[in-house]
Design a protein around this ligand. Structure first.
Ligand SMILES: [Zn+2]
Length: 252
């Protein structure tokens, strides 16, 4: 079972690579099949096996030897890891499938945000719709919790963006982050949203400050927030309740 889910996750990861490439430039994700970005040769099915083909081809296109980005096998591996860790968390069932789809959306959003500093509405708003349909199978306390997560996710970030604007007269995060956190809220409820914002800010600070220092960039321009929100939300799904009870154990 675990092996099957892991391999399926790797193959889905291969499809997620296509999504990461094509969604932001508004190309079809179904057609045509994968092809080399340099020589345009279609990639044969046996050269398109997740991770394995990359190793066999030693990271180069079979026809023109153009180096293939290491990101392809990395995304495939991450997709497999997400699938296996969620299987352990939820067990086989409908809940697992919905959370895996959600994690795939977060993975695609992460890399699109890193590349283009945008979060496509198709993924964030589409995720809100799918999440609301899936509520009966999710680990939230019914529709009240999901809707509070949506409202708090959207509202909290809007408040942060507005507050940041009042203080600095600059726009920090974009509307894409607001819709993303709303989408996250549907899947993990209002407590999950608080946890996610806390974790994302913590990671953003730890990674962002050295980044800005070494790249002499401004915090605003340098770092998309979507990847941190996605990672924070995923950590909540896997370990959030343990981390929260551990924390309150320390306090009390
Ligand atoms: Zn090529």
């Amino acid at each position: 079972m675990v092996l099957f889910v892991a391999v399926l996750g790797l193959f889905i990861g291969s499809f997620l690579n296509v999504c990461i490439h094509r969604i932001p430039v508004k190309e079809s994700i179904m057609w045509p099949g994968s092809h080399c970005p340099r020589c345009g040769k279609a990639i044969k099915p046996w050269d398109n096996i997740p991770v394995v083909s990359y190793l066999i081809l030693r990271g180069r296109c079979r026809s023109c030897s153009e180096p293939i980005s290491l990101r392809y096998p990395v995304v495939e591996l991450l997709s497999g890891l997400l699938a296996v860790s969620l299987l352990y968390r939820f067990g086989p069932g409908v809940g697992f499938i919905f959370y895996y789809l959600w994690a795939c959306a977060l993975l695609v959003i992460t890399f699109i945000d890193l590349d283009h500093q945008i979060i496509p509405d198709r993924l964030s708003l589409g995720g809100i719709v799918v999440g609301l349909l899936a509520v009966p199978w999710l680990a939230v306390e019914g529709y009240k919790d999901a809707l509070m997560g949506l409202a708090l996710g959207g509202g909290l970030l809007l408040a942060i963006i507005y507050g940041y604007y009042l203080i600095t007269k600059k726009q920090g995060m974009g509307g894409g982050d607001v819709k993303l956190l709303g989408m996250i809220g549907v899947f993990i409820g209002w407590q999950g949203v608080l946890f996610t914002v806390f974790m994302a800010s913590l990671m953003g600070t730890c990674i962002g400050i050295p980044w800005v220092y070494f790249h002499k960039a401004t915090l605003k321009a340098a770092i998309p927030f979507g990847p941190f929100l996605s990672l924070g939300a995923f950590i909540y799904v896997l370990w959030g309740s343990q981390m929260i009870s551990w924390y309150f154990g320390l306090m009390g």
